[in-house]
Design a protein around this ligand. Sequence first.
Ligand SMILES: Cc1ncc(COP(=O)(O)O)c(C=O)c1O
Length: 455
Amino acid sequence: MANSNQYEPGRDLLSPNRNFAPITSEIDEQGILMVGGCKLSCLAERYGTPLYVLDEATIRAACKSYKESLEKYYPGRSLALYASKANSSLAISSLMASEGLGLDAVSEGELITALKGGVPSNQIVLHGNNKSDQELLLAYKNGVKIVIDNQHDIDRLTQIVPSGSRPAELMLRFTPGIECHTHEYIRTGHLDSKFGFDPDQLESALKQLKKIDCARLSGLHAHIGSQIFELEPHKDLTGVMVDALALARQLGHPIEDLNIGGGLGIRYVEADDPPSIEDWVKVISNGVKEACELKKLDLPRLMCEPGRSLVANAGLTLYKIGSRKNIPGVRTYVSVDGGMSDNPRPITYQSCYSACLVDRPLDPVKEKITIAGKHCESGDVLLKDLSLPYSRRGDVLAVFGTGAYNSSMGSNYNRIPRPAAVIVNNGQSDLVQRREQPEDLLQYDVIPDHLIELG
Ligand SMILES: Cc1ncc(COP(=O)(O)O)c(C=O)c1O
C-alpha cells in the first residue's frame, strides 16, 4: 500500500478512527498546520523533536462515541475500558478516568499507571498469559478484576489468596475460534493462540473454578484481533460469547460481565476505510442483545476494551528532517531525527502512515521520497514512497496516527533517548512525558568492580 501524502482535515468528527489526522487539525492563515489550537512548528521549537503530540479533544471524542453508542444501542449496563497497552501514561489514565472509562492493564507497570492515574480499581482488569505472583497479588489487594488466562493463573491464585479471606474477582478469557487477518476472517474450532482457554478446555475450567472458594468468576472475555475493518467477526463473536455465558451460568457461575475485547481498525492512510465507532458498538450491542433474547438470558453488563481506536488518531509525531541521499533511478532517502525506536510498527508490521510538512501541508507535491530513521538498521524506514513538496534540512515533518502502539512499543535501540510527549487542547500544550536524556540511559548500568580495576 502506498503512503498517502497530503494532510487532510477530519471528515468524521464523531468517530476519530475514520480520519488519519486529529479532529482539531486546521491550517492557519499562514498555511501552517495546527492541532488542538497549537501551531505544530511552535511545538517542535519549544519541546524539541522527535515529539509525540496528543490531541485531547480527539481522545475525548472517541471516548464519548464509545460511551454514548453503548448507551444508545445496549439496553443493559455497559462499560468501555481503555486497552492501555496502546499508550500507557499517568496523563492518559487520568484522562480516561475523567471520561468514565475503565482500563485494561497487562503488567504491573500498566496497573500502577492506571491506579496512580486515578482509574477506580473496580473498573480495571488485569490481563496476561504469564502473570507473576506479584502482579496477581497487586491486582487482588486492590480489588482489580483478574482475567484468568490459563491453568497457571488458577493454580497461582489458589496459593496467593489467603484462605478464608475475600475471594478474588475473576473473568475468564477463552479463545473464541474466530481468526482475523484485518481484511478477512475465518471461524475455526481451535486457534493457534497463546491467549486464553481453548474452547475444548472451557467447560472443565468452569467446573474447576466452581470448586475453588478463593475466587468468584463473574465475567467472560474474548478478543479476536486488532486493526479489524469488518463488522461480521465481532457479530459472530457475540454469538460465541453468549453461548459461553449460557454454559457458565448453567454451571452456577454468577456471570455479570461479558467483555468483547477491542480491535476496531483506524485510518492510517487514505485507502483505509474502517467502520465508525458507533457502527461497531451497534453490532456488538445488537449481537449480545439478540443472542441473549434467543437463549432467554438476563443481559450481562457489556464491556469492550478498545485501544487503537481511542488514541491512535489523536497522536502524531513531529520529526526534524536531516540528511538526504539520492540514488538515481532507485530512490531518495530523507532521514529524520527519530525512527524505529519511537515507532517500531513499520519495521515490525510493514505499517503505512500519512505525513506532511507542518509549515506547508498543502503545497503541491514535487517529489517521491523515503523517510528513513536514524538507527543503525537498513530496515529503519518510517514511510516509503511518500509524495511531498521539496523539503529542506530543519523542516518539521508530522507523521499522523502515531498515538497507539508507538510510545508504548518504543525502545532505546542505539541508546537513543525516548521522545517527550505533549497533550494539546484549546491552544495550550502541556508536557505529559519528559524527554529522556542520554545520561538517563546509564542509570541502571553497573560496572562490576573487577572491570573497574582492570580499566
Ligand atoms: C486482550 C486485548 N484487549 C484489547 C486490545 C486492544 O485492541 P485494539 O487496540 O485493537 O483495540 C488488545 C490488543 O491487542 C488485546 O490483546
